[in-house]
Ligand binder design. Sequence first.
Ligand SMILES: [Zn+2]
Ligand SMILES: [Zn+2]
Length: 372
Amino acid sequence: MAFPIPKTQTVALVRTLGGRVEFIDDYPVRTPGQDEVLAKILYSGVCQSDLHTRAGTAAGADGNPITAIKLPHIGGHEGVGRIIALGPGLAERDPSIQVGGLVGIRFSSRVCRRCEYCLKGEEQYCQGVGIKPTNHLHHEDGSFQEYICLDAGYITLLPQDVDPVLAAPTLCAGLTAYKSVKNAAVKPGQVVVVVGAGGGLGQYAVQYALAFGARVIGVDGGQQKHDFVTSFGAEFVDFRECPDVVAKVQDLTTGGAHAVIVAAASSAAFSQAASMLRIGGTMCLIGIPPGGGHIDTTVAEIVIKGITIIGNLVGNLGECLDAVELVRTGKVKPKVFVRPFRDLSKVYEELERGDVAGRVVLMIGEDPGSHM
Ligand SMILES: [Zn+2]
Ligand SMILES: [Zn+2]
């Protein structure tokens, strides 16, 4: 028995930047091309950058808004789906890709595999030799739809026994945090401060740093975030109650933290990060504030303390699978709230207010099961 493939599907469509999310129930289901698979999407996390893309407020590397966005647009780049059909001849060409398998829908969609970044395993920065690289945030429709075609040559095959609900947000938030912890290069027992510890990205940064053996101090605001962050085994500093967070971190450590991971999306969160660091410490930046943001740190402090500053845009496919593996084995347990697909607009509003402790995952469709 083959999986049924409908002609039309429900999608969450945005027609103009800044426009509202419209649910359309008769959107066409694409037929997979030669080197594509068709997946039925089960779950999708909701990332802060989906919100900014919809609103037209996503900042590019030059600090200006990214406006070259496919319209109408379907967001979502933290999706998990079930492969339900293969493009013509693909089964013969690549028996490792099977109908019934779990697949990820991530930020990176198509990469060239030939440019200097692809060749050194940083394909998320692909500059495109021969083909134009695409992502699910700006160029291709993402996981806020029931069915999607994916490039078989750059496919995210997930282990069959991973929980798709927990895997979904790991594909962007988890991977981004995992890569930042890797960049921090902390040794067991060293101190990592995570600013914005109770958010979607922060919770992962806290747990991956703990999994790497670090002592973790989470900075965030409110009792709910306190309870959440400490439940993982991290210490907590409440910036709403603590008049001097830098002094508090210095107090809790001997000479400051080895690394500070800034996972918050407000500019203010970045300004104090360097001062929490010890000499030779590393500042890892992953959240992007609206308008691009600036770090208000003196050059003197960076030079005299010998501080390293590292940013990262998600991570590569191999790192993604490593991040998923720590979730599959239960070493990292992301806190997620499963909501119906049609709650997307409400979820965006909650994210804008900063109300979400953990990650919202939308249930997009029923799992047809792995067996034919
Ligand atoms: Zn994202
Ligand atoms: Zn490339």
